[in-house]
Design a protein around this ligand. Structure first.
Ligand code: N01
Length: 490
């Protein structure tokens, strides 16, 4: 890989997105002494998902000690599981403290990116600009999915997607119709059940709920964490090991971890819901963990509050006054909330990305999205992506994944900077081999046991990593240069 006389170069890096991943990339570049980078952010603030999602009850279900960058502990989390607004505050602080903001162009939506003459040309409303390296950090659950329900537009009251919450609408006086019972719908129900005039939850598929306590962190604990930073580091290590050896393993390998979660879910329902009819409605047909596991403390309590109703009859249409179900009932509501999930398979799209020889990412992914170790695609030199296809987003904390991906990308940028190479992209052969190995490992995962979920890709298989997260970290820790087509001159 070395040229006869490598000479160091200044490398410019474009990062698309200033959410959790984009900020992580920026921080890692700074740590490597690379300051020539620009973040393009279409909104007017950092935070991505945590900026856009503001629904009542928003909480991350990864323990707060682990839902931080390893390089920036946070002694101030108020709860064991971090509330959404605190996470958003954390990212804002990181951007400010590390002086990343001066690298960010807000309100700058990148419309297209094309590789020409050894550079990535980005088109934004301000014009075209060239960079040596393109890093996409556009998030995975970014594009809200609106349900295709007859008459949805005719609803007379306010209506919005959970990721576009309209806080000008008062809630206590409303009869709310909530469509969707994924992680989001469950958190909204747990927060609003019993606190509003009425809550009608339209459940298409029952979900398993894993009970998860969320105690407050005492002021004394916070003070101790501030005073002895090593305690924080220990907390990070402890929870990372806990999450990775339990939640990281359970979905991908049959064993005691899977048994434990599944048993917990079953007993949670058995012990928490008394009414037989309601219990029947809430009993899923598929295996716990096949869909994205839901961790929640108060859901079953909330659905038994007065004024809360679980409707399992399929929705047939929406009318100005409410939702009509297959049994002919009109469920009258004042506000309709669509907690119907996201298009999780868009990745960087709809951004138009054109690689070598004019081949677009759309063309490369015509049969489904694939990548080399979730970070790079053949024919797209010097382009790297966060949370690409088959990242371990189903069994690890996304922050941890982002850190490993950022280290990996930084390693390649350092090769470019040292002048050892001028371009690198994974070979078709290595990418194919990697994806075939993953496909072969999928049947042992719980995700293939027959449920419908946003995990499933075009081929009906989960677009997830079928092994333990530690294996993914290993894969990224040791870049395999022979899997790449590396050029030392253009
Ligand atoms: O979306 P989902 P989400 N008619 O796709 C239903 C992360 N997250 O926003 O199951 C009626 O899971 C659909 O029904 P069905 C987490 O990774 C994390 O809740 O397809 N119903 C389902 O019930 C999560 O997995 C946290 O039959 C319709 C729901 O809408 C991911 O975000 C918190 C319908 C969609 O569920 C997405 O969760 C919140 C229709 N036409 C979210 N269309 C953390 O704590 C869809 N549905 C980290």
């Amino acid at each position: 890989m070395t040229t006869t006389n490598p000479s160091p170069r200044t490398i410019s890096v474009a990062i698309i997105g200033a959410g959790m991943s984009g900020l992580c990339m920026a921080a890692k570049l700074q740590d490597a002494g690379i300051e020539d980078f620009t973040l393009f952010e279409k909104a007017d603030e950092v935070g991505g998902t945590w900026r856009d999602n503001t629904y009542p009850g928003l909480t991350c279900d990864v323990p707060s000690r682990y839902y931080t960058y390893s390089f920036r502990p946070n002694p101030d989390w108020s709860h064991m599981l971090p509330p959404g607004p605190e996470i958003q505050q954390y990212f804002r602080e990181v951007a400010t403290e590390r002086d990343i903001r001066r690298h960010i162009r807000f309100g700058a939506e990148v419309r297209s990116a094309a590789f020409r003459d050894g550079k990535w040309w980005l088109t934004t409303p301000a014009g075209d600009e060239a960079f040596d390296v393109l890093v996409t950090a556009t998030g995975i659950l970014r594009i809200p999915r609106y349900p295709d329900i007859e008459g949805l537009d005719t609803f007379a009251g306010p209506m919005f997607h959970s990721a576009r919450w309209d806080h000008s609408v008062s809630l206590p006086d409303k009869r709310i119709g909530l469509i969707g019972t994924g992680s989001t719908g469950v958190q909204i129900t747990a927060e609003l059940g019993g606190k509003v005039r009425g809550l009608t939850v339209f459940q298409r598929t029952a979900q398993w709920i894993c009970p998860w306590p969320n105690p407050r962190v005492s002021e004394r604990t916070k003070a101790a964490l501030r005073r002895w930073p090593r305690l924080n580091a220990f907390g990070y290590w402890f929870y990372s090991r806990f999450v990775r050896s339990m939640f990281g393993v359970a979905p991908v390998r049959p064993g005691w971890q899977r048994w434990l979660y599944q048993t917990q879910c079953r007993w949670n329902l058995r012990l928490s819901v008394r009414d037989r009819e309601l219990k029947k409605k809430l009993t899923p047909v598929d295996q716990p963990m096949c869909k994205r596991m839901i961790f929640a403390g108060h859901y079953y309590r909330a659905v038994q509050e007065p004024g809360v109703e679980i409707v399992t009859e399929p929705i047939v249409r929406v009318e100005p006054r409410g939702v009509v179900t297959a049994d002919g009932t009109l469920h009258e509501v004042d506000l309709l909330v669509l907690a119907t999930g996201f298009d999780a398979h868009a990745y960087v799209r709809p951004l138009a990305v054109t690689g070598e020889g004019g081949r677009t990412l759309e063309e490369a992914w015509a049969d489904g999205a694939t990548a080399y170790r979730s970070v790079a695609v053949p024919g797209f030199p010097n382009m790297f992506m966060f949370m690409g296809p088959h990242a371990p987003v189903g069994n690890d904390s996304l922050i941890n994944i982002a850190e490993h991906q950022a280290d990996y990308v930084t390693w390649w940028i350092e090769q470019l900077r040292a002048g050892r190479i001028v371009a690198a992209s994974p070979t078709e052969e290595a990418t194919k081999r990697y994806n075939e190995d993953m496909k072969a490992a999928m049947p042992q995962t719980v995700w293939t046991t027959g449920c419908r979920s946003w995990y499933l890709g075009k081929d009906g298989l989960p677009e997830l990593f079928p092994w333990e997260p530690d294996r993914y970290s290993e894969l990224l820790r040791a870049p395999q240069v022979t899997d790449f087509e590396v050029r030392t001159a253009l």
